[in-house]
Design a protein around this ligand. Structure first.
Ligand code: HAM
Length: 403
């Protein structure tokens, strides 16, 4: 019988990857906290209706990629394909929309999309996300983009920022009408023809080359913004310019989720292959209301952690790893006690088995220890311990208390 394997598109995170993973979470959490975001967790499983209402039935995520099933209580549930919907559900459920003020949250965890797996595209992947509620000011859009670029820069990641404005409830409907009128005369792929009726702006980011050729003269949303959206978009660009953030405006950037209004952005990297988006986000000023809350402006983003791990340049944190070992049965108890005492202040590894001198040294070298400390019968008798610094090669015997 064949051994059981992990599911397609789902992978174990171990060794170097798991180290990078925790390194990423630790440092990006620190940066988000400095910007006023506090940690939050929402369940991985939610009612399917939550994603239908927020991410949108016309999106590929809801239309084709949900891990959806009926649970034992006959509830239609779904593994979350993204984090924003759950955070907004939490926000409304806890009546934070009524309290007013600004609320900023960050989260990280697994997301699930039944996509065709390829490099950089998994069925279970992880996001680090931030969501900010209650700020209408375009300074918050800039704040979010600055924070995200600080996170990426901290990890030594080179990126390009693509920016767009999708307008609001005043300017988007008339733009959509103009777009549909234009699209109806074009020869487009089957998916695009369907999108003309479900969500015409999604036609703009079709990856099909012949559709892109057809779309050359399509009206641009950035030419149809109302006065407020236009002024906000200009102001955002000025703030980014003043703060040294480079970007390109891509009026075809519509994002794959239906809840966006006004600012939309994507951070892409040319160093990771076809799946080049490492983070994306934008404003979703209407979503709190769609999910039953009071109208509340909101903006956020999510980073794809697996894609980022491919690019991270880890800064070496000085680390001292101590290896303590017993060379006689009688020294074992003392070694165990010492290991636990030293672990209160530093990382310590050991081998529970009694080993000879050479075997302990080999163990320590293999584990990249910096200091090896060994006790045998002689040391036990003298209340001493033999230590060697594996970097400087210096070795000496010291009193146990000195360790
Ligand atoms: P998204 O663009 O769908 O946005 O996903 C954000 C990031 O997750 C992507 O840029 C990508 O790096 C990563 N990602 C997406 N799908 C996969 C996959 N199948 N395998 C590996 N990585 C993937 C959202 O999810 C929004 N909730 C972001 C947001 C937050 N907007 C406002 N607030």
């Amino acid at each position: 019988m064949a051994n059981i394997q992990s599911l397609r598109g789902m992978k174990d995170i171990l060794k170097e990857d798991s180290e990078l993973f925790t390194y990423f979470i630790k440092n990006s959490s620190k940066i988000a906290s400095r910007y006023g975001f506090s940690y939050l967790e929402t369940p991985i499983l939610e009612e399917t209706a939550l994603f239908k209402r927020s991410v949108g039935e016309s999106s590929d995520i809801v239309g084709k990629e949900m891990y959806q099933f009926i649970d034992k209580g006959d509830n239609d549930v779904c593994l979350r394909p993204e984090g924003t919907a759950g955070v907004v559900r939490m926000f409304v459920q806890n009546k934070l929309d009524r309290a007013g003020g600004t609320n900023r949250f960050f989260y990280h965890g697994p997301m699930f999309r039944y996509e065709r797996p390829q490099k950089g595209r998994l069925r279970q992947f992880h996001q680090f996300g931030c969501e900010s509620f209650g700020e209408q000011s375009v300074y918050e859009d800039a704040n979010i983009i600055l924070m995200l670029s600080e996170i990426l820069s901290f990890f030594g990641i080179e990126y390009q920022l693509q920016l767009n404005s999708l307008g609001c409830k005043d300017c988007m409907p008339s733009y959509k009408q103009n777009l549909v009128a234009h699209l109806e005369d074009l020869t487009l792929c089957e998916d695009c023809n369907r999108r003309i009726t479900t969500n015409p702006i999604r036609v703009l980011d079709c990856k099909n080359e012949s559709c892109q050729n057809e779309l050359k003269d399509a009206p641009k949303i950035t030419n149809s913004l109302c006065e407020v959206c236009d002024a906000d978009f200009s102001k955002l660009k000025t703030i980014l310019d003043n703060n040294g953030i480079k970007y390109t405006v891509d009026s075809n950037l519509v994002r794959g989720l239906d809840y966006y209004t006004k600012t939309a952005f994507e951070f892409v990297s040319s160093n990771i292959g076809a799946q080049s988006a490492i983070a994306g986000g934008g404003r979703y000023d209407r979503l709190v209301e769609f999910l039953g809350g009071r109208e509340t402006p909101a903006i956020g983003f999510a980073i794809g952690i697996e894609r980022l791990l491919e690019l991270i340049v880890k800064k070496d944190e000085p680390k001292e790893l101590l290896y303590i070992g017993a060379m006689s049965q009688d020294a074992s108890d003392l070694v165990f006690t010492l290991v636990n005492q030293k672990r209160k202040t530093q990382e310590v590894i050991t081998d529970y088995k009694v080993r000879n001198f050479n075997k302990h040294l080999k163990n320590a070298q293999k584990a990249n220890a910096t200091i090896v400390a060994l006790i045998g019968d002689n040391e036990l008798k003298d209340n001493t311990i033999w230590i060697k610094n594996l970097n400087t090669k210096e070795e000496k015997t010291i009193n146990i208390e000195e360790l």
